[in-house]
Design a protein around this ligand. Sequence first.
Ligand code: PHE
Ligand code: FE
Length: 286
Amino acid sequence: MQKPEHARDDWTIDQGWSNYTDEEHAVWDLLYDRQIEILPGRAAPEFMDGLKALDLGKGGIPDFETMSDELQSLTGWRVVAVPGLVPDEVFFDHLANRRFPAGQFIRKRNELDYLQEPDVFHDVFGHVPMLTNPVFADYMEAYGKGGLRSLNFAALKNLAALYWYTVEFGLIRTDEGLRIYGAGIVSSKTESIFALEDPSPNRIGFGLERLMQTDYRIDDFQQTYFVIDSYDQLFRATVDTDFAPLYKAMGGRFEHKPQDVIASDDIIHRGTQAYAKAGGRFAKAD
Ligand code: PHE
Ligand code: FE
């Protein structure tokens, strides 16, 4: 990966907020309104609280500086702009220092549902609200520190699966039923509904080693979602475990396919996998 010339040593760039066009702000508003229509009763209360605390619905793409001042007063985190995907050690270093690296560009109106690289809507709307929650904020910092440590082991894939099945595609149990908190879900209209309501995917209780050994889909809806009982459970399970022996045993390999259900699973819903069997979104689109 080559650092673009305009990026600083830590790969950050200026957000260039004043350069966004009216159309770009309008695309944010459109995406925001679509999610707000469907998220109440589906998104975790902590996510909804975060949206409100940061005033992300005030209209237009948020200015990272203003938003970061507010976020910093809550949990000490800031949001920094980056040109796109950054090298692993750069990403981990930002998280370890309570900086969330976010894409600065926004998708086009004619590609609202398709994204090759995370844009400002995914990164800010999807990820930043949960960073207002003190326990989740601590988890993200710990993950960054763990990531830096993991670079000494050939098991990055196993750590990446943890991020995938929690930060990006996690579900949580509440007294009112399952709720979504993963950024990849809450920033997608179709997946917000699919993850909770479709009979196709498995929904399985969180198990650290189980999910670190499970492969995942990067180009389609998940075949399995993992469900935590609380952010505290997630924090304790990851922070109180020394990953070194796990990395050695797992060795960057996945033992389970995305759709597998295994004997030790706490099965909340056994998926029909009908959606995957039908060929997924590419088959359904026409
Ligand atoms: N406890 C992990 C280790 O020993 C670090 C970690 C914490 C990883 C939280 C992910 C999340 O490396
Ligand atoms: Fe993301």
